[in-house]
Design a protein around this ligand. Structure first.
Ligand SMILES: Cc1ncc(COP(=O)(O)O)c(C=O)c1O
Length: 436
């Protein structure tokens, strides 16, 4: 029998009367109804109607240890019985920054903020202050948070985006100050020639070139071989900084993120999501001479919740678990994720569906597309959103949660049994499409 999610619907109606839109982020206002959850354990979540799901949303990425991981329960239990904030220094701050320093290649210094958006804000300010330059080069389809200054050319429509070689910078929101586009240049990603061209024209004005090193916000697309190295080299030649936004790849693609995985060290990088396993921690890591500017170096920076003891207790537990046993937990997430990716490709082929699965095991995305390869954002404009939407709903009916854009995150506690159950659910969902 089709699920109706009666209680989620009723709770949404109640929430709507006091909470704007009834949800805490418009990204969550999903069909058929924004689900209310009331519990979770391991890799599974329980909604307010009592349905259990194998969860691949991980709260949009943060819950890398799954739900109620014993190490988190223990660390947060202790933290709950101590002051929640000092607004001053305490031991957990440097325990976590020392750990990050030991894992992340660029991390000569670390600073803390509370959301990825905020981390990008201070990182861009630092890049501009350090170089004395104004412009940031970003790429189409890359997401760096919802601040006015950064929400540019995230997912522009084809009729807004302009020529491929020189995309228009496109704002995404009503109320966003229009002249933010004066401070940002936009290029297609994964083309060294495009970056060369921008630097040839505007090099002396560019403070930084900024990217998701694996393009997770537009379908989990890999950099072409040599691309990251090439951009690293161009930025250096022109006196600009290279920034990786590792809010998704950090502590997930590898312990040291994309920069460790690809062996390309940026000057500065941003973190969020997985670093505290579901608590509100984000931060910046990078060269000491850049980050020291944020504390007494003339760059304004602050935040009541920076270095919050509770979230740092969570981060400490997460980083200890992820780095235990030589990094085996992330390796397990990768292996389970890859087995799902492979099984999914095979299932789609059996059902005659044009499905492309792209990503790296611990994070990947399902695309309905005629394409056999994705290299950048515009390639995803051939995706069929209607088919994806049908799949997301069909999977919910089958007890599997994935994100509305087709993304799937795999935690360190997803098991081979979860993978097998998930593939069976995909098979039934594909069958309901009635193509084969
Ligand atoms: C790459 C990247 N940067 C920045 C952000 C913004 O982080 P937050 O949602 O914590 O503000 C996100 C969020 O999805 C992201 O994926």
């Amino acid at each position: 029998m089709a699920r109706s999610w009666e209680r989620s619907r009723a709770l949404l109606e109640r929430a709507r009367k006091s909470l704007a839109g009834g949800v805490s982020s418009p990204f969550r206002a999903q069909a058929p109804v924004p689900l209310h959850f009331e519990d979770g354990r391991g890799s599974r979540l329980k909604d307010a109607d009592g349905n259990w799901y194998i969860d691949y949303t991980l709260g949009w990425g943060p819950s890398i240890l799954g739900y109620r991981h014993p190490a988190m329960v223990e660390a947060l239990g202790r933290a709950a019985d101590s002051p929640y904030t000092y607004g001053a220094q305490h031991e957990r701050e440097f325990l976590v920054s020392e750990k990050i320093q030991s894992l992340v290649p660029c991390a000569e210094r670390v600073l803390y903020t509370s959301s990825g958006t905020e981390a990008v804000q201070i990182a861009w300010r630092l890049c501009r202050a350090f170089t004395g330059r104004r412009l940031i080069l970003k790429f189409e389809g890359h997401y760096h948070g919802w601040m006015d200054s950064a929400l540019i050319s995230y997912h522009p429509r084809a009729d807004q985006a302009g020529p491929w070689e020189s995309p228009y910078p496109v704002t995404s929101s009503l109320g966003q100050v229009a002249n933010v586009v004066d401070n940002v240049l936009v290029a297609p990603w994964n083309s060294i020639e495009a970056v060369e061209r921008v630097f040839a024209e505007r090099g002396p004005e560019l403070a930084a070139v900024v990217m998701e090193p694996v393009l997770c916000n537009s379908g989990c697309i890999f950099p072409r071989p040599g691309y990251l190295e090439g951009v690293r080299d161009i930025a250096r030649r022109h006196g600009a900084l290279l920034m990786f936004d590792e809010v998704i790849t950090g502590f997930r693609l590898a312990l040291g993120g994309a920069q460790q995985y690809y062996g390309v060290t940026p000057d500065i990088s941003t973190y969020g999501k997985a670093v505290a396993g579901g608590l509100a921690l984000s931060g910046v890591a990078g060269r000491a001479d850049i980050l020291e500017m944020a504390v007494g170096g003339g760059v304004a920076f602050g935040g009541s919740f920076n270095g919050n003891p509770i979230v740092l207790a969570g981060a400490h537990a997460v980083l200890e678990v992820l780095s235990s046993d030589g990094g085996a937990p992330l390796e397990q997430a990768r292996r389970i994720g890859e087995s799902i990716m492979e099984g999914l490709r095979a299932a789609a082929a059996r059902h005659g569906l044009p499905v492309l699965v792209s990503g790296f095991g611990a994070a990947f995305a399902v695309h309905f597309t005629p394409r056999t390869e994705l290299a950048e954002y515009r390639d995803t404009l051939s995706d069929d959103p209607e088919m994806l939407h049908r799949l997301v709903i069909a999977l919910l009916e089958e007890g599997v949660c994935i994100l509305p854009d087709g993304r799937m995150y795999v935690s360190v506690v997803h098991s081979a049994d979860d993978a097998a159950e998930t593939l069976a659910a995909f098979d039934r969902a594909f069958t309901s499409f009635g193509v084969s």
